[in-house]
Design a protein around this ligand. Structure first.
Ligand code: SAM
Ligand code: SF4
Length: 310
């Protein structure tokens, strides 16, 4: 289960949020940490054991590490990971490691300072690079998520691959989706990416060992640690094997990233017993659609990615 804990963000990635931001959801409509913990306990009782904390930028919400610490105490929770832009003070990474976080997915679309600042609306590349090093040295399983766009960063595919092998981590290329401000026409298909990678690394081989909970297909080099992951939401749908549900910061459970529909947990949260909550979560899983229809824009979720959690 992906849990978005905030719609706020300290960056303005062009495909995610406009420069002027998006109207913020008032704090009294954002789930409290107590409510999130209650949802987690109920979800664990249904067999959901792995959680990813997301946002907006999750690390800007005060008390985020305390939430993770409390989630780790719930019997049956197997894994807590988070996704971040890596711009927060470095001490937070040590705190997250201390809280017991298993993994961090760090978003990074360029290894060049000017491009990074441009695509993120003012982010500082060095901060994110330092976060990556700190995360690795703190023993947190570290993955990079990179969105490629034509005529912007497509010439960095091989640099990112070199970065993955040098650091011994996974860099995953994610196809841009038409959610929020994302324009798939500007994106690259992962087939094109693989071709570029094979030009530089002809010995690249498919890695059949499972590396995570998700839909990435991995490639590696013999005798080298680190890997390249391709997450091909647009061109090779993996819907058949999708095991995700998404909780927005306002308490909507989305069965699929593509559609606006979901099950609102607010009424169930107002009840004393957890029965209604469990029924609502079960309903969200029951109505999981057979697949996405990202290619028909009229059907796609109008909310921004920062309001959903990615
Ligand atoms: N702020 C955190 C971050 O950037 O990692 C967490 C939230 S962010 C919405 C989660 C992920 O969604 C990021 O890796 C971002 O690149 C990705 N994302 C945002 N808009 C997207 C789009 N239109 N298509 C594909 N991925 C998108
Ligand atoms: Fe913020 Fe993440 Fe969206 Fe970038 S992708 S604007 S860091 S929520």
């Amino acid at each position: 289960m992906r849990i978005s804990i905030t719609d706020r963000c300290n960056l303005r990635c062009r495909y995610c949020m406009p420069a002027e931001g998006i109207e913020k959801v008032p704090m009294d409509r954002i789930l409290t940490y107590e409510e999130i913990l209650r949802i987690c306990r109920t979800a664990v009782g249904m067999g959901i054991s792995r959680f990813k904390i997301t946002g907006g930028e999750p690390l800007v919400r005060r008390g985020c590490t305390d939430l993770i610490r409390e989630m780790k105490k719930i019997p049956g929770v197997e894994q807590i990971t988070a996704t971040t832009n890596g711009q927060q003070p470095l001490e937070m990474i040590a705190e997250l490691a201390d809280a017991g976080i298993e993994g961090l997915n760090i978003s990074l679309d360029s290894l060049r300072e000017d491009r990074y600042a441009f695509i993120t609306g003012g982010g500082e590349l060095n901060k994110t690079l330092r976060t990556i090093d700190k995360s690795i040295s703190s023993g947190i399983r570290t993955k990079i998520n990179c969105l490629l766009q034509k005529q912007f960063n497509e010439d960095e595919i091989q640099d990112f691959a070199a970065f993955a092998f040098e650091k011994g981590i996974e860099v995953r290329f994610i196809e841009i989706m038409p959610v929020g401000f994302g324009n798939p026409e500007s994106g690259l298909s992962n087939d094109e990416v693989l071709e570029k990678l094979q030009e530089r690394y002809p010995e690249l081989e498919k890695d059949e060992t499972t590396r995570g909970n998700g839909p990435a297909v991995y490639y590696r080099l013999p005798e080298k640690s680190g890997a390249i992951g391709l997450i091909s939401a647009m061109n090779h749908s993996f819907c058949e094997s999708c095991n995700r549900i998404r909780l927005t910061s306002q308490g909507l459970v989305k069965p699929c990233l593509c559609y606006e529909d979901g099950v609102d947990l607010k009424a169930a949260l107002a009840e004393d017993s957890d029965e209604a909550l469990r029924a609502a979560l079960e309903e969200a899983i029951r109505i999981k659609p057979a697949g996405h229809t990202f290619h028909d824009r009229n059907t796609v979720e109008p909310k921004a990615m920062s309001q959903i959690g990615g």
